[in-house]
Design a protein around this ligand. Sequence first.
Ligand code: ADP
Ligand code: ZN
Length: 724
Amino acid sequence: MPSVADILIPLALDNAYSYAVPAGLVLSPGDVVQVPLGPRETVGVVWQVAESPGGSNLRQVTGRVEAPPLSDPLRELVDWLARYTLAPKGSALAMALRLPDEAARGETSRIGVRASGKTPARPTPARMKVLAVTADGTMRGKSALAKEAGVSLSVVDGLIDDGALEAVALAPEPVALPPDPDHERVPLSEAQDQAARKLIGLAFPASEDAKAPTILLEGVTGSGKTEVYFEAVAEAVRHGHQALILMPEIALTAQFLDRFAERFGVRPATWHSGIGSKRRERLRAGVAAGEVAVVVGARSALFLPFSDLGLVVVDEEHEAAYKQEDGVHYHARDMAVVRGRLENCPVVLASATPSIETKVNAEKGRYAHIVLPERFGGRRLPDIHAIDMRLDKPEKGRFLAPPLVNAVRATIEAGDQALLFLNRRGYAPLTLCRACGHRYQCRNCSTWLVEHRFRRALVCHQCGYAERRPDACTECGTFDNLTPCGPGVERIAEEVAELFPDKRVIVLSSDFPGGAERLRAELQSVADGECDIVIGTQLVAKGHNFPHLTLVGVLDADIGLTSGDPRAAERTFQLLQQVTGRAGRGDKPGRALVQTYQPDHPVIAALLSGDATRFYEEEIASREAAGLPPFGRLAALIVSANEREVAEAHGQALARAAEPPEGIMVLGPAEAPLALIRGRYRFRLLVKTERAVDLQAYLRDWLGRGPKVRGNVKVAIDVDPQSF
Ligand code: ADP
Ligand code: ZN
């Protein structure tokens, strides 16, 4: 009997389409195939195959595509992702399928050349230089040979055409060398050793039938969590399984990759949006074939076709960067837990400041919990003190209070490093005309333009719009009245340069000129002690090990507390805990000074007391009282359109169709926190339910009933929004 295959196509489509399978082609679920779609051909994945007498009216599968098939658990993950986020199933598949561009498909083989022994027809001096180099008989790459001989590539090509050089195809370089789990085992501290044993015992139980656990590995900054989970990675590799380590900001983890190489003898394979499509495809093939044992990757690495996944580690699990906020709105930490369940493989969530969700899951016993309460090597956590800005005022027009200036001076005089932290890029967050009161706003977004003094520009941090900073006010035309209001890191750098003119200062933020490569080099030079004062945004707050750093100054601890977002307290606590935790990781103890106008605010008070438990208890209690996640469920619907009225009207029509039953609350539409982005007006509806409610079922039902989306209206669904 002929068979019919349901093929899911990686486009914004909700369901698989049925195709006839031509005689002679045997397909299984997960196979990647080519199919006609409308007037063109496209790639899809077999979701289901059935024998069927009908099907003669269906279009036929064109053929199989050379690509690793999607395993059962990976297809289940796609189904799960679509169901949970309400994204079209095809969009969820696209995450797992990331095929390279047509042009880049297939491997260009590397060519090596060596002398053939034949004399060239025209022995020019350039040609003789090349032959002199090849006389030693070793094989070289073409361009390496041309370079060594000091001639152009065309000379080498000419010799190949002539038969004087022999070209040989070399095997492609492996995407990753196998890590050696016993390459160099660093002696662990007593506490680390206990934690590692417990972790391995939980993650790799003697009985394979046991349900694989999710484990929270919670350890204060500098406690040595990495070495602990490396032991679990080593154990997975010893068992012949694959391991995946997810990281929030992959581009900046050179230090981490070096550490991995020290422990395992080779660098791990890395996966992130920056790698080329050819390499990406080879890596996927290597992962599918089980040849790549360990991948370190950004959130999309979750969708790699591992054939035998034995461990997932989510490092810094609390990081907001794990939430994808466009396209399919998913949280990589949560999906890692789902993938672990589908593969029956253990998942380790590591953090010094776990998310409230994870903390509650650990407390309720849903996750196992391993704690490292102290820093490695007897190092102390930094002493944290507040500078009450109401009492210790900076000089007029300045932002560093006298106690902080003195502390920086003492630190650099002792030969140590100081970090000044301000989570604001640019020079000043707002520019105001003192004559007419005009404030410079983005023309596409409801945001103020941020002055970037080095670039002489006013820039929107939301959409990237930039204009030259005018000399005269564009509204009233007067000169000398434009005033920068408030500081960004560039402005702090200006103040520091005046205070400490002969000191070496580095300013680090994500818009660092020169790109990721230079930024990495600068981070390394900070780690090597080649500067006295670092001024940075959250980019420097996390993960890095700066052994010479003994003082952290937080310029404005209150920045995040006023946003009105119920997650503000958690985010601020995590960030301040992380950044102050940069101090004193080397041989000398560290301290932190925190400039604040509200030293009694619960978040600041908890930070100063060093009592994270207190913060978590209070925050968990207040979430529970308010029915907020993880005690209730939440989704946001963002309705956007090119005209404000259209967006609002659609939001209102949605609200009218909501008809929420008992246990579900629908709020809005209200202007979204950013009411205008890139010229699109945004309104938001919030759905709040009790935990037991099937939120997705309600949303599907509601949207099915709701007004049709017309014109340029878009409705984005964000289940578990990170800011709300
Ligand atoms: P965390 O991730 O918990 O903040 P790290 O894993 O980065 O901590 O470790 C903190 C510091 O201690 C790093 O410089 C690391 O190299 C060092 N360290 C941790 N464990 C060991 C060990 N067993 N032997 C030597 N150095 C270690
Ligand atoms: Zn803008």
